[in-house]
Design a protein around this ligand. Structure first.
Ligand code: PAF
Length: 257
């Protein structure tokens, strides 16, 4: 497995890949867990070569404390990339490597990105879409893999790929859950032992309660501070999305009901 830290090195590697070999891209911010493993696994099965990226993208954090506290587990991330078949790990050595323009050029979406998480995290999706477009342009992959846990992110990235006629196919991958039902997330590492006991309630409540108002009250009774809990129609079904805080940790999840 090659570890590349510069855009130039990634470009050189990409140019060396013989035509006809398919490439899968798995963008991550590190702190890898079994959810990421499932993305790497899917890419390994469906492509000749897999590029994993590890970059804690500063432009998508609307709070500097959240950026600073984002878990960093680089050595175990590399081990997981190797175990799940990545051929290349692209881990830019600095933010300037990805943002030589200092974020003067940005990708914005003007509807969905202002709703749900976007309402509470202004600018978040601008940072996500911009970095993902950069990664897609560099990797020139056939497929790129994103988890359905971040459903709004997945919808926006798919929309961007359609809007800009990108060649890479965006592949949604199912949410991976712990045995308790808690959706795997890098942020789970920051939960206190007591909050880790409460956290599985998020999935249980959004799955079990029919009335969204009752679901919200139940979450608050359990100790969550609910940011939003919204039911929306989507392709003939209802998708329920939630964001809620436990202590200093913000959790998101969604289910089709
Ligand atoms: O889902 C994530 O980890 C990030 O938002 C992504 C897609 C890697 C962009 O930084």
């Amino acid at each position: 497995m090659k570890i590349l830290n510069t855009v130039a090195a990634l470009r050189e590697w990409r140019a060396s890949v013989p035509g006809g070999k398919t490439i899968g891209l798995v963008p991550t911010m590190g702190a890898l867990h079994l959810g990421h493993a499932s993305l790497l696994d899917a890419s390994e099965r469906e492509n000749d070569l897999t590029i994993a990226t590890i970059f804690v993208n500063p432009t998508q954090f609307n709070q500097s404390t959240d950026f600073e506290k984002y878990p960093k587990t680089f050595e175990s991330d590399l081990a997981m990339c190797e175990k799940y078949g990545a051929d290349v790990v692209f881990s830019p050595s600095s933010a300037d490597e990805m943002y030589p323009d200092h974020f003067l050029y940005r990708v914005s979406e003007h509807q969905l990105s202002n709703e749900l998480c976007g309402e509470f995290r202004p600018g978040h999706f601008e940072g996500v879409l911009t970095v993902v477009l950069k990664l897609l342009n560099l990797a020139k992959a056939d497929h790129a893999y994103f988890g359905e846990k971040d459903h709004q992110q997945l919808s926006l990235i798919s929309g961007m790929a359609r809007a800009f006629f990108l060649e890479t196919k965006i592949i949604p991958c199912p949410t991976v859950r712990e045995a308790s039902g808690l959706a795997m997330s890098s942020r789970n590492l920051r939960l206190s032992p007591a909050d880790k006991e409460i956290a599985p309630g998020l999935y249980r409540v959004i799955s079990d309660f029919i009335d969204p108002l009752q679901a919200r009250s139940e979450l608050e009774r359990l100790g969550f501070r609910v940011e939003y809990l919204v039911d929306r129609e989507e392709s003939g079904a209802i998708r329920r999305s939630v964001a809620a805080w436990l202590g200093e940790v913000r959790l998101i999840d969604n289910v089709r009901i």
